[in-house]
Design a protein around this ligand. Structure first.
Ligand SMILES: [Mg+2]
Length: 205
């Protein structure tokens, strides 16, 4: 079976093994944290944070939410970018998040293309389920924030309690696809900052 990749090893600390993390937010990357590009984000110079996205992650962190990146990165199996370049992009992103006062706890990405028939490419739930197993997350109280229909579908398929659609990326297309499928996000947010505020105000933990 083709497995999703995590940026960290699979060993958990004993404290993590003995408790359930309750305050959890899953974040899509492109179109949520940074500007998306039809040509893909192939190096750090093409990565541009969306306005207030760093502030949003800082606010979630200050409110004791654990954030996990959940992202399809088919550029790997399309052979457009080597894994070490994606790792470098993510290392730089994490450094910027940290220096802004926020924290992303871990990164789960799917390197596959649709033809790989993996279990982790969103809208399939594999990435979220991997995070759930690794960190013993109570998905019923977890939120997923994305800009595409596949993010919302992934949240629903994995049993996430809350699915939030932001307007900063693929919103127009996403809204149409979701409407056609009869899938309703729990909240439609202007941007990641608005989504973070909604979670802080509405998800009782
Ligand atoms: Mg996206």
């Amino acid at each position: 079976m083709k497995q999703p990749l995590s940026s960290k090893g699979s060993r958990m600390s004993s404290s993590l093994q003995n408790r359930q993390i309750q305050k959890t937010v899953f974040l899509d990357r492109d179109g949520v944290i940074n500007k998306d590009s039809k040509a893909y984000i192939k190096n750090w110079s093409e990565f541009t944070f969306l306005p207030k996205s760093l502030l949003a992650i800082k606010k979630l962190t200050r409110h004791h939410f654990h954030s996990y990146l959940i992202t399809n990165q088919s550029i790997i199996n399309r052979k457009m970018v080597p894994l070490k370049t994606l790792d470098k992009i993510h290392a730089n992103m994490m450094a910027e998040v940290r220096s802004a006062g926020g924290r992303i706890d871990d990164i789960f990405f799917c390197p596959h293309v649709p033809e790989d028939q993996c279990h982790c490419r969103k809208p399939k739930p594999g990435l979220i389920l991997s995070a759930q197993r690794k960190y013993r997350i109570d998905l019923s109280r977890a939120s997923m924030i994305g800009d595409s229909a596949k993010d919302i579908e992934c949240a629903k398929q994995s049993g996430c309690g809350f699915a939030l659609l932001v307007k900063t990326g693929n919103y127009t297309e996403a809204a149409q696809i979701l409407s056609d499928k009869g899938i309703v996000p729990d909240y439609v947010a202007r941007d990641l900052y608005d989504a973070a505020n909604w979670i802080i105000d509405n998800v009782n933990l």
